[in-house]
Design a protein around this ligand. Structure first.
Ligand code: PMP
Length: 451
């Protein structure tokens, strides 16, 4: 036990809460009714709330701290970089940026060897789409319903999540299609093979009807995260790659959440043996210790901007503190075998543990995932699959469940009718098992609402 919270710290936490409510405007929230949780400290797989209570972080802070909180090697690298050079304009060469780009290019599949750095995921998505539009001379973008790609203008418009709707004025050039989602098939499929075939036929029909000559890009999360961690059925991403190649469409794999080890491989798309044209990343690249995202670019798209200027940029592109954190994170993940540990946890602890939980609890409709990236989908009825909360909504049942998880000492990631099991990738087996026990016990609450 290295963390001790003093009375002075909890007092400072109370003051922070008051100031927050007076002056901080929060994301995606009704400001006056929000009751945010104060976090005083964090270490490894734990956070301490405003009262100094220790909570197991099964959220990884929006699926972000893949390497856990306050990893000493990453903290030291940031401190060292801060002592040397905190910031530099993007047009200058910087050793932290050069090394971070080399490492990301080395990890990325195929001929994706150039990195444009951004401040996070949404601007990575914006830039990837801009590159695709300039590369093809086309405008439309294909994106999946049931996706999340970010909160800025174009990124929220490509998003399929209902949070898009209040931001969508129909002028973004985005066309949404139904993705393969075996548990709630839009095509009435009863097997995965059928789902793959029907979802691909639907996608090709839409491409043809929308006019391939107008379609610049198709963006797809390799394993959709916020929308439900629904792993694509066999053959689906391979089929998407074939269709995009056939019609000259740039394939953007959004790996902002699934990338950097979350699924037990460096990039989730490696599970499917597919090489896209562009990859967007953020979060896990440096576990969010300093904001960083980016786009990894194929040789063909790089060549479009070899002689002609790329018309876009950001003051903080390749920020030294963020890049130093990325280099240290990637090196520590390699040295400590953290990606392998995530794969092992998924196969041996989380997967089997959740399948057992599903057998015991009638409110569990489905469990699914890879690595340290799993979802428990809760239903009121297993036959009809009626969700415990509507897609895009909340419900008293889900709120009660989340409160119980917190009371039992866990910080969960809850989204609509799902609890996501997304701890830091280097969480110990014992801590993961403890988390699963907390979930197992708490699900007695939702079981009571099963019809
Ligand atoms: N794409 C995906 C797949 C994401 O999960 C997210 C964030 N949850 C984003 C893009 C947006 O990233 P950011 O919030 O860093 O802008």
């Amino acid at each position: 036990e290295t963390v001790e919270i003093s009375a002075r710290e909890t007092e400072a936490g109370r003051r922070a809460y008051e100031l927050d409510r007076a002056h901080v405007f929060h994301s995606w929230s009704a400001q006056a009714t929000l009751q945010p949780m104060t976090v005083l400290r964090a270490e490894g797989s734990y956070v301490w709330d405003g009262e100094g209570r220790k909570l197991l972080d099964f959220s990884s802070q929006l699926v972000n701290t893949n390497i856990g909180h306050q990893h000493p090697k990453v903290v030291a690298a940031i401190q060292e970089q801060a002592g040397k050079l905190c910031t530099i304009a993007p047009q200058h060469v910087n050793d932290a940026r050069s090394e971070a780009a080399r490492l990301v290019a080395e990890l990325a599949p195929g001929d994706l060897n150039r990195v444009f750095f951004t401040n996070g995921g949404a601007d990575a998505v914006e830039h990837a789409i801009r590159m695709a539009r300039l590369h093809t001379g086309r405008k439309k973008v294909f994106a999946a319903y049931r996706s999340y790609h970010g909160g800025t203008h174009l990124a929220v418009n490509v998003t399929g999540d209902p949070r898009r709707v209040p931001n969508d004025f129909g002028d973004s050039g985005v066309v949404h299609f139904m993705p393969a989602y075996p548990y709630r098939s839009y095509f009435g499929s009863t097997t995965e093979a059928e789902e793959t075939e029907r979802a691909l036929r639907h996608l090709e029909d839409m491409i043809v009807l929308e006019g391939p000559q107008n379609i610049a890009a198709l963006i797809l999360e390799s394993v959709p995260g916020t929308a439900g961690i629904y792993v694509p059925p066999a053959g689906y991403l391979e089929g998407v790659r074939e269709l995009t190649r056939k019609y000259g469409i740039v394939y953007i794999a959004d790996e902002v959440m699934a990338g950097f080890g979350r699924t037990g491989k460096w990039f989730a798309i490696e599970h499917f043996g597919v090489v896209p044209d562009l990859i967007t990343f953020a979060k896990g690249v440096n576990s969010g210790y300093v904001p960083l995202g980016g786009v990894v670019i194929s040789e063909a798209i790089y060549q479009t901007f070899a002689e002609r200027a790329y018309p876009g940029g950001l003051t903080y592109s390749g920020h030294p503190l963020a890049c130093a954190a990325a280099v240290a994170t990637i090196e520590a993940m390699r040295e400590e075998g953290i990606v392998e540990h995530a794969a092992w946890l998924g196969e041996n602890v989380i997967g089997p543990g959740l399948r057992e939980i599903a057998q015991r609890h009638p409110s569990v409709g489905e469990v699914r995932g890879l690595g340290a990236f799993w979802a428990i989908e809760l239903v009121k009825n297993r036959e009809t699959r009626e969700p415990m909360a509507a897609y895009g909504g909340s419900s008293p049942e889900m709120n009660e469940l989340v409160a119980a998880l917190k009371a039992a000492g866990m910080l969960p990631f809850a989204n609509f009718n799902r609890i996501h099991v997304v701890p830091p990738l280097n969480t110990s087996e014992a801590d993961v098992r403890r988390g699963l026990e907390i979930i197992d016990k708490a699900l007695e609450i939702t079981d009571r609402y099963v019809a």
